[in-house]
Design a protein around this ligand. Structure first.
Ligand code: TYD
Length: 216
């Protein structure tokens, strides 16, 4: 087979933002738009639904339960949590992301390395988090949905039950500050900052335009 006929690798697109920033909604919008354009794409997320991702959900749920009820088992060591996220990611790359990209499909992923750098660096050394994620494939485009923590928290509270609001808001603010600090170091145009507080249709248009620029 000539080089020209070889399948063109798909594009790897990531959505990022604090909790309640709307990444999952926007992935749905991108998928619908891509389908209409006739693009083959796979929507996926981290933590995954696989064995390591399931373990992470257990860890995250346990953390929430012990925070809300001030009881429960000892929290898992933050460095161990960071390792689990990195392990889940490598497994996801191996079994899902790379095969899809190599078969010519685009991959749209809800959260990736930047989530680990922002969230895990709150209680773990950032250098360590970077180091354990070194083997992760770099995305072609990361879309950061910028939403103020108070706005994001109000969205979460309107849609979910039982949360320790104050503590959660304080955490969200720290995560938002961590993202901001990290984002200043991406100057190669692979990270696009989108105002996630606009109306759904405006956010969708902004996100679509960023993807369109990459595809064309
Ligand atoms: P997510 O599935 O996006 O949240 P939800 O279940 O509410 O839709 O992610 C779960 C949490 O995991 C979220 O608070 C962000 C956090 N997270 C990290 O701390 N590090 C990571 O590397 C990733 C991918 C997620």
């Amino acid at each position: 087979m000539s080089a020209k006929k070889r399948t063109r690798r798909g594009l790897f697109i990531v959505l990022e933002g604090i909790d309640g920033s709307g990444t999952t909604t926007q992935i749905g919008q991108i998928m619908e738009w891509m389908r209409k354009r006739g693009e083959l794409a796979l929507a996926t997320a981290q933590p995954t639904a696989g064995p390591i991702g399931s373990m992470l959900r257990l860890v995250l749920n346990q953390r929430l339960v012990s925070r809300v009820h001030k009881s429960g088992a000892e929290p898992v060591d933050p460095a161990a949590v960071a390792l689990l996220f990195a392990a889940d990611r490598l497994d996801h790359l191996q079994h899902t992301i790379r095969p899809a990209l190599e078969s010519g499909r685009h991959v749209v992923c809800d959260r990736y390395v930047l989530s680990s750098l922002a969230y895990q660096s709150l209680d773990t050394d950032l250098r360590f988090v970077r180091q354990i994620n070194e083997k992760a494939l770099a995305p072609d485009l990361t879309i950061f949905l910028r939403v103020n923590p108070d706005v994001a928290m109000a969205r979460i509270n309107a849609s979910r039950v039982e949360r320790d609001t104050f503590e959660q808001l304080a955490v969200q603010r720290r995560v938002a500050a961590a993202y901001d600090k990290l984002l200043t170091s991406y100057r190669d145009g692979t990270v696009v900052d989108v105002n996630g507080e606009n109306s759904l249709s405006t956010v969708t248009t902004d996100v679509r335009q960023a993807v369109e620029r990459l595809l064309d």
